[in-house]
Design a protein around this ligand. Structure first.
Ligand code: AP5
Ligand code: MG
Length: 230
């Protein structure tokens, strides 16, 4: 399976990508995670992008495209991959198409996770991440079983909040999504690849919707289940 997950900040791209990665045994490639890892490790790339991430603007295409091209060549992508957060504008979408052609890789689908802007700030401001294994949590919607330890890797005292998860930066990230990223939806729609799911549904329902659209289901319907995330 080779797919792209698209959606605004906080829509649940990372949450769903991690679930799919485990179920399908494929690579999860998050450009945001790759940049943050570089910032944490104080690499040259990390130093180049740190202030850009804090501002909520996009890292220059040249840097991002090169990073993705190299990442797709890694062994763990041979069985498939989920692209989370790439492409994010028309130039990146075109570069990805060219790159995949050159590498002889065919994309299966592009899944758009729709979400309501006004609820995303709440989602994002409650987000916690385990810096031990990257597992994501939420103060209300996905609490760890024990306050200070990760359900997944057991690490204690490792929960962090992202430097770009403040209201001002989230608003800028939303502007970038509406101004640049949404413009690539027609690119994939025109190729018959775009599937849409309701990201405001409970997490497990979003997973079920994604699995259904990937199996060839309709997609795009808003489920009638309650929406605690929203
Ligand atoms: P990136 O890291 O990709 O951030 P983003 O797109 O803003 O998205 P998020 O990671 O904030 O949200 P998500 O959709 O993954 O949500 P999550 O699953 O965590 O990018 C960061 C920055 O890097 C960019 O601003 C830019 O500077 C740079 N960058 C990245 N890619 C780039 C590119 N291609 N080009 C240039 N620059 C780039 O969920 C959020 C929270 O909600 C969690 O707490 C979760 O537990 C909870 N939650 C999830 N689903 C649900 C649900 N259904 N119900 C209730 N709660 C839920
Ligand atoms: Mg994410």
């Amino acid at each position: 399976m080779r797919i792209i997950l698209l959606g605004p900040p906080g829509a649940g791209k990372g949450t769903q990508a991690r679930i799919l990665m485990e179920k399908e045994g494929i690579a999860h490639i998050s450009t945001g995670d790759l940049f943050r890892e570089n910032v944490k490790n104080k690499t040259v790339l990390g130093q180049q992008v740190e202030s850009i991430l804090k501002s909520g603007k996009l890292v220059p295409d040249q840097i991002t495209i090169k990073m993705i091209s190299e990442r797709l060549d890694a062994d763990d992508c041979k069985n498939g991959f989920i692209l989370d957060g790439f492409p994010r504008n028309e130039a990146q979408a075109e570069a990805l198409e060219k790159m995949l052609q050159e590498k002889g890789i065919k994309l299966d689908a592009v899944v758009q996770i729709e979400a309501d802007d006004e609820k995303l700030v709440e989602r994002i401001s409650g987000r916690l991440t385990c810096s031990g294994c990257g597992e994501g949590y939420h103060d209300r919607f996905k609490k760890p079983q024990h306050t200070d330890s990760c359900d997944k890797c057991g690490a204690t005292g490792k929960f962090t909040r992202r430097a770009d998860d403040n209201e001002k930066t989230v608003r800028e990230r939303l502007n970038v999504y509406h101004g640049q990223t949404k413009a690539i939806l027609p690119f994939y729609e025109g190729r018959g690849m775009l599937k849409t799911v309701d990201g405001m549904a409970p997490m497990e329902d979003v997973t079920a919707q994604i699995e259904a659209v990937l199996k060839g289901g309709k997609g795009g319907d808003r489920p009638s289940s309650p929406r605690p995330g929203g």
